[in-house]
Design a protein around this ligand. Structure first.
Ligand SMILES: *Cc1c(COP(=O)(O)O)cnc(C)c1O
Length: 371
């Protein structure tokens, strides 16, 4: 029997939803950017983006990435440059947008795309590049300066920020002011979990207006379709959960950050860093969806998963296999992926969920020390 599961999603309880559900019954508006959805978008802009730019909700981040890519890709380009060390949704979004993923290696410290290798690819591929799609790995506040520059130089950038909602550095929310698209996920397993949902931000309001049209069947103001749209809207019920989640999100993030610090302390005290264990180099405050950690060179993550399982502790290996190692993505092109391939043998995802205790963390770290 599993005693410490990998994740234990903890969405807002039904009591918190009741006032919002009553509003839905009264308004008789159930979708189509209804009043709760509008209120949620306004509150997010107020509380997290200082009303700089615009946001729109979307029914999941995968659809969000597809919509974003489709709207800003260079029409003659063919490749979307992205890391292989990401979730399958990232390359899938490129393929659904009629493009090809092209995988670029990551840095060995922050596990985000290597900018100098990316630059080489941009030079080599030139006009064949349709867009660049970096991933803010595990919710980190990656520096977007370089990506802002390439976006403004004419290579469109969409950031996969699936796990980053609530990530803050120097009191600025991740992505604020970014002129391309930034796509967040609200899946139940993400820290801001509503079930299924997501959010697209841009510092450029016109880009968000385009998404608003695209995710409502491409309808223009006179309800004629004039662009390749789809249905990407959330219902008012999802908006209700999102509003109730906003009310408690700071608290949720604090709890997650506390657990993360327990991990760091235990790892330090048990001397695991001296033995070659490595955590991601992160920046700012992040919402910590789970606890990624890299085991020492020469060890295999699968062995450690097994020894933790023997102690009834469930761990995973995001992202191993990496994208380019999976059947659907194998045939797509890539540059050298040395760091990605090394990390894929060593990466582990440890449990992190809101009701975890310091004793749980101690047991997990002890278990790793034994392996
Ligand atoms: C969760 C995740 C997604 C997909 O989000 P959905 O809302 O489930 O579609 C995309 N990219 C990354 C990196 C993710 O972790």
């Amino acid at each position: 029997m599993i005693q410490i599961p990998f994740l234990r999603p903890n969405l807002v309880k039904h009591e918190a939803l009741i006032p919002y559900l009553k509003e839905i019954e009264d308004s008789r508006l159930y979708s189509n950017f209804g009043p709760l959805n509008t209120r949620f978008e306004k509150q997010v802009m107020n509380q997290y983006f200082d009303n700089d730019g615009a946001v729109i909700t979307v029914n999941n981040a995968t659809i969000g990435l597809i919509l974003a890519l489709s709207q800003i890709r260079k029409s003659k380009g063919k490749y979307v440059l992205m890391p292989s060390f990401t979730f399958a949704a990232t390359p899938l979004a490129a393929i659904w947008s009629g493009l090809e993923p092209y995988f670029v290696d990551i840095n060995s410290d922050n596990w985000s795309m290597n900018e100098s290798l990316l630059k080489d690819c941009l030079e080599k591929l030139g006009d064949d590049v349709a867009a660049v799609l970096p991933y803010a790995t595990f919710g980190t506040n990656m520096d977007l300066k370089f990506y802002k520059k390439i976006h403004e130089s004419g290579v469109p950038v969409v950031v996969d920020a699936a796990a980053s909602f609530g990530a803050i550095k120097d009191q600025i929310h991740f992505g604020k002011g970014f002129p391309g698209f930034v796509v967040f996920s609200f899946h139940a397993t993400k820290s801001f979990g509503v079930g299924e949902g997501g959010l697209i931000y841009s510092g450029n309001k016109d880009l968000i207006s385009k998404i608003r049209q695209a995710e409502n069947f491409g309808f223009s103001s006179n309800r004629e379709t004039n662009l390749l749209g789809l249905n990407g809207k959330i219902s008012e019920y999802t908006a209700a959960i999102a509003l109730a989640t906003l009310d408690v999100y700071e608290q949720k993030m604090n709890v997650r950050q506390q657990i993360y610090h327990w991990y760091l302390n235990e790892l330090e005290q048990k001397g695991l860093f001296d033995k070659g264990w490595q955590v991601q180099k992160t920046e700012g405050g992040i919402p910590h969806q789970f606890m990624p950690i890299c085991c020492p060179e020469g060890k295999n993550n699968s062995d450690i998963i097994q020894s933790l399982a023997n102690l009834n502790i469930e761990a995973r290996t995001y992202f191993s296999p990496t994208c380019h190692q999976q059947p659907l993505f194998k045939s797509y092109q890539h540059a050298t992926l040395q760091v990605t391939e090394n990390l894929s043998k060593r990466i582990l995802s440890l449990p992190l969920w809101e009701e975890m205790t310091i004793q749980d963390v101690k047991r997990i770290v002890e278990g790793m020390g034994l392996s």
